[in-house]
Structures are given as structure tokens and as C-alpha cells.
Design a protein around this ligand. Structure first.
Ligand code: NAP
Length: 285
């Protein structure tokens, strides 16, 4: 059984390959990457794979049984890119596609949902067997702001007291590897998120505890937050995105209480305190 992973050089993809190595033989894992040099360190077979090069994808998928399609990171191009991959997979005779979608994609207010909805539709209509891993928020999306919060003396955001049930990439990656290496997961749809929720006030309190310094949470209007992010150098689209995603968080769109991720993992998800600890330790190095 040959298992291939797209975006294998990305932060999630690398963790999935690592987890797959624990479950299947290295010779059954194929890393698909647009930058094959970057993928060489993964220690498995590497094939060139650029979502935009539709004509080349079928060749790269020859002999693949199970494919993890990790959603791309070029907002606005992803529906077409994913369609290219799904069409190629069908042509190449791939038996099963596992796709990383978005938590409660059909009802969320998150503005990134449309491309996932479009991809799920293409999958449904493709005739290829598939499984949907509707991933919730990565804890790292918030812990990445810890250095800025410590430097600026406050954790800023627009999420109000919205409940956030995130999990680190490593948890989602482990779940993907579990699913990919067991065909009994074919045809299923999972909404994946952390077991425990926190608000950004809770997160600021946890950071304060761990760094022994009071870091309050300052909730500010969406536009003000986006402007601050632009002023510190974030690209406009990302700054606007982060602010709008916080507003979705305030509406409960990053919250989930179904515990499907921990069920897949067979253990509790990693608490936010552990992700804060990892981020603080990384700052010290
Ligand atoms: N749930 C969440 O909180 C959350 C947060 C952020 C993103 N996401 C989604 O989850 C995906 C994985 O997350 P991540 O943290 O691993 O993101 P990431 O580190 O940015 O990885 C994205 C991967 O996609 C690859 N890629 C981008 N464009 C491509 C193309 N045209 N052809 C082939 N490969 C392409 C990148 O290749 P290179 O290595 O060559 O750059 C990289 O390997 C993201 O792409 C995004 O769709 C989810």
C-alpha cells in the first residue's frame, strides 16, 4: 500500500510523514513536494508535485493507493489547485483521497471556508473514495503571537470571549497518519478540534503564569487589530485575515465539543498550556 502526502515540506506535511514512518514501512511513503530538494531530508521517496502544474500531476501519482491532499496556502487559488490534484488522482487510479478541510465547513463564518467547500464538492463528484478531516485551528496560530505579546506588554486580538478549541499541528498530523494507514476510515467525515477550550483572556493568563509577567488580553475592534498587524509588517491580506478570523472566533467558529480528534488519537489532545510552554521554550533558544 503506497501512501503519498502533498505539501510534504510544509509544517503539517513534515509531521504527517514523521507519524506515517511509525506506522508503515518508509518504502511505502511518498513525499510530494514542489521543492524536491527541501523534501530530501524527509528520508522517503520524493516526487515533484506542484498543484499549479496540472499536466504533471498524474505521472507523479502513478502507483499511489492512498493520498493525503493537504490544502494549499495560496488563498484564492486553492479550489483550482485542489481540483487539479483530484482530477489527476482519478486519472492515475488513486484509490482513496484524504483531504484536510475546515472545522464545520458548511456553517462556519470563517472566510476561508469557500475553497474548502468547493474542494469537498469536487471530491464528492470525483467518484474516488475519500475521507474529510475538517481540521480546527492550530494552537500555533495563537502561540506565534507570544513573543509580540511579551514585547508589547499585552496580547491583542478581536476574538472577545470566544471559545477556542485548538490543537497543535502535531495532533492533527498524528490523526491524519492514523487515518491514512487504516482503510476502515474510508468514507468518513471528521470535525477535528482540541478537547479543551480557552478564550484569549485565558491564553493571556496562561502566558502570564508561564513567563511570570502580567500580560493582559486587550480586545480591540477588527479594523484596529488589522491595522496594527499591517504596521508591524504583515502582508495586508494576512493582517485582514487574522483579524477577521478572530471575529469568527468570537462567534464560536473555533469551538467544538465533539472530541472527535481525541477519539481518533486514542488520547486527549495536547492542552494549550503545553503549546504555550513549547513556544516560550523556543523563544529562549
Ligand atoms: N487549521 C489551521 O489553523 C490552519 C492554519 C494555517 C493553514 N492551514 C491549512 O493547512 C495547510 C497546511 O498547514 P501548514 O501549517 O503545513 O502550512 P504550510 O507550512 O504553509 O505548508 C503548506 C504546504 O503547501 C505547499 N504548497 C503551497 N503551494 C503549493 C503548490 N502550488 N504546489 C504544491 N505544494 C504547494 C507548500 O510547499 P513549500 O514547502 O514548497 O512552501 C507547503 O509544503 C495550509 O496550507 C492551509 O491550507 C490550516
Amino acid at each position: 500500500m503506497k501512501i503519498a502526502v502533498t505539501g510534504a515540506t510544509g509544517q503539517l506535511g513534515q509531521l504527517v510523514v514523521e507519524q506515517l514512518k511509525k506506522r508503515v514501512s518508509n518504502s511505502d511513503i511518498i513525499a510530494l513536494a514542489r521543492n524536491t530538494e527541501k523534501a530530501a531530508k524527509l528520508g522517503v521517496e520524493v516526487r515533484e508535485f506542484d498543484y499549479n502544474k496540472a499536466d504533471t500531476l498524474t505521472e507523479s501519482l502513478q502507483g499511489i493507493d492512498n493520498l493525503l491532499l493537504i490544502s494549499g496556502n495560496e488563498f484564492g487559488s486553492r479550489a483550482q489547485q485542489h481540483t487539479n490534484v483530484i482530477r489527476a488522482a482519478k486519472q492515475a487510479g488513486v484509490k482513496w483521497i484524504v483531504y484536510t478541510s475546515l472545522l464545520r465547513v458548511d456553517t462556519t463564518s470563517l472566510n476561508i471556508a469557500a475553497e474548502h467547500i468547493a474542494t469537498e464538492k469536487v471530491l464528492r463528484e470525483s467518484g474516488v473514495e475519500y475521507t474529510l478531516l475538517r481540521n480546527g485551528w492550530y494552537s500555533e496560530n495563537y502561540t506565534a503571537s507570544i513573543p509580540g505579546a511579551i514585547g508589547g506588554g499585552a496580547f491583542l486580538g478581536s476574538a472577545s470571549e470566544g471559545k477556542i478549541a485548538s490543537a497543535p499541528r502535531a495532533d492533527y498530523a498524528e490523526a491524519a497518519a492514523i487515518v491514512l494507514s487504516d482503510e476502515s476510515y474510508k468514507g468518513k467525515t471528521y470535525d477535528l478540534a482540541g478537547d479543551e477550550y480557552y478564550t484569549l483572556s485565558d491564553l493571556a493568563a496562561e502566558i502570564s503564569k508561564q513567563v511570570d509577567k502580567t500580560i493582559p488580553y486587550n480586545n480591540i475592534p477588527e479594523q484596529e487589530y488589522a491595522n496594527i498587524l499591517k504596521n508591524i509588517g504583515l502582508p495586508e491580506s494576512l493582517a485582514d485575515g487574522l483579524a477577521s478570523w478572530d471575529v469568527s472566533a468570537s462567534k464560536g467558529d473555533l469551538y467544538d465539543e465533539t472530541h472527535q480528534l481525541s477519539e481518533l488519537l486514542g488520547r486527549p489532545t495536547t492542552p494549550i498550556a503545553d503549546s504555550v510552554k513549547a513556544a516560550v521554550e523556543q523563544m529562549a533558544n
